[in-house]
Design a protein around this ligand. Structure first.
Ligand code: NG1
Ligand code: ZN
Length: 528
């Protein structure tokens, strides 16, 4: 039963900062860590309510701000199947976060209870984890106060990657629950065991590849990848070689600083601390290890990025080939956002002849769309994505190719984009194909592109349509952008407000680097 007085008293210890207006955005709540205490306390309450509503199913909570600076933090909820929180409940999260007083908070809780006909007497259970940010422990303490206030059972998983939390939440709702006190350890063990075994199956006896240098952004990916690699090496110490750099999770100020997937993708250059020789294969994770981008340098020093678009193209190409060999009647589709490089879309549609759809930014949009296919490949250009295999594809009975498909379906973390599982997935395809990074890169040539941030006084006046590729407001701006774009060969540009930062993003592509940079600069000038 819900004890409203207890909630009131507990809430008074985590008062809302009056002047701040919170929104549950693309990736939950995200901002400077010092503004988040009240929000996180209330997220604990919401998770309890959601668990009660879903008949005591386990709800997950992740405390992270991913690739954002170390001083930021954030929180998001994970539904029982390991997917992002249902959209209607995002609205409740926003309402709860913005209730000014303790009385308001109780009113919002009561309205959620009555709108959803929640049975207050149901048990509630939540699991939660955090990344390596220094603000994490304090925020976890506030979260625990919220969980206790609603009389939910909370299991602390300690430090985990975001995808581990998604994976384990799903696991707890379909498999046997561990004994009390064993959750934290099992969330690691089960994850390592599953992906190490699947990797072993997927690589078969193909010839091994060279070491991959991994920039772990000085975040949680470093210790987790190290342990995962140890598990793989226990099965066979010859199939997977990594050297982890930027693995300092204890030094202040290093997380995501001039390193990590976002830094490398946006800057189109290697991270701090990595001396890339031309024969080296390298990759960068982000601060919570759900994004990955690969890269190398040519003999003449040119930097080549193998981003989310290239991962999607590599995966779709291999899967389509397996499906054909097996003679399966399975539809494969790819989901992208407006940030996908124009050349990647052309390659998928014209060379691979696979249907491609474009949806708004944010993994939840891609995930939903990908569920419409038997095999749905989705990656954001920034390296966040995964592949969904429907159960038909998983049970089809056609020998070798099917077995390989089966192994691939086990190797990818289907609850959410996961840098560590994506790394193993890519490695296994490259090993099956015996492809170098150079060969992989050559499947299509990226159009020169640029992504810039523009700080504006109010980003909320920017409204988009057409999967965010067209501005409807401010009036007249899109026409001006169109005019500029028309002046450049293969020009493409669009503008949208960020869902995670207080900026507007401008993206541009054109046939030459000079044209592309000029176009981005000019469009940014229109926005500013
Ligand atoms: P916003 O800030 O809404 O552009 C960014 C990324 C998204 C997604 C979220 C969540 C870009 C251009 N945008 O969103 O793709 O990953 O963060 O982390 O990369
Ligand atoms: Zn991330």
């Amino acid at each position: 039963i819900i004890d409203y007085n207890k909630i009131k008293e507990a809430s008074a210890k985590h008062p809302k900062l009056k002047e701040i207006n919170y929104t549950y955005g693309t990736a939950g709540f995200r901002m400077k860590a010092e503004y988040l205490e009240s929000v996180i306390f209330r997220v604990g309450i919401l998770a309890g309510l959601r668990s009660k509503k879903l008949n005591s199913k386990v709800i997950g909570i992740m405390v992270t701000a991913s690739h954002n600076p170390e001083a930021d933090n954030g929180v998001k909820l994970v539904d029982p199947n390991g997917e992002m929180l249902e959209q209607r409940w995002e609205g409740y999260a926003t309402q709860l976060a913005n209730a000014q007083s303790e009385e308001d908070l109780i009113t919002v809780i009561k309205s959620i209870v009555s709108q959803n006909e929640i049975d207050e007497s149901k048990n509630a259970i939540v699991v939660y984890a955090r990344d390596t940010r220094p603000s994490g422990p304090k925020l976890i303490a506030a979260l625990e106060d919220g969980i206790k206030a609603i009389n939910a059972v909370g299991e602390n998983l300690g430090i985990k990657t975001t995808p581990q939390l998604h994976y384990f939440t799903n696991y707890l709702n379909c498999c046997e629950k561990p004994a009390e006190g064993r959750y934290e350890e099992l969330a690691d063990k089960l994850y390592y065991e599953k992906f190490a075994n699947a990797f072993y199956k997927a690589v078969g006896d193909n010839q091994r590849l060279s070491t991959v240098y991994i920039d772990a952004a000085n975040g949680v990916g470093a210790p987790k990848l190290r342990e995962l690699t140890e598990w793989i090496n226990k099965i066979n110490d010859n199939i997977f070689k990594v050297t982890i750099i930027n693995d300092d999770i204890n030094a202040r100020g290093k997380l995501n600083f001039q390193c990590g997937a976002d830094y490398v993708k946006t800057g189109q250059n290697p991270p701090l601390g990595l001396n890339l020789a031309c024969e080296h294969r390298a990759a960068s994770l982000d601060g919570d290890a759900d994004r990955i981008v690969f890269y190398y340098v040519e003999e003449d020093g040119t930097f080549r990025l193998l981003d989310g678009d290239k991962i999607a193209a590599l995966s779709a190409g291999f899967i389509i080939e397996l499906v054909k060999t097996a003679g399966l009647d399975i539809n494969v589709g790819v989901v992208q956002t407006a940030y996908a490089n124009g050349s990647s879309t052309a390659y998928l549609e014209e060379e691979l002849k696979v249907p491609v759809s474009c949806v708004p930014t944010g993994v939840k949009h891609l995930h939903h769309k990908a569920q419409e296919y038997d095999v749905g490949v989705y990656f954001e250009a920034n390296g966040h994505g995964t592949i969904l295999f429907s159960s038909e594809a998983r049970t089809a009975e056609q020998e070798k190719a099917v077995k390989k498909l089966q192994a691939l379906s086990e190797l990818i973390n289907q609850t959410v984009g996961d840098a560590l599982s994506d790394l193993l997935f890519v490695e296994s395809i490259l090993m099956n194909r015996q492809w170098s990074f150079q060969k992989w890169n050559s499947i299509y040539t990226d159009m020169p592109n640029r992504l810039v941030k523009v700080v504006v006084s109010n980003r909320h006046i920017f409204k988009t349509t057409n999967a965010e590729r067209t501005l409807v407001e401010p009036k007249g701006l899109q026409e001006k952008i169109d005019k500029l774009v028309a002046q450049y060969k293969n020009g493409r540009s669009f503008v949208r407000p960020s869902g995670t930062e207080d900026v507007v993003r401008v993206y541009a592509e054109a046939s030459t680097r000079e044209d592309c940079d000029e176009l981005a600069f000019k469009v940014a000038g229109l926005v500013y």
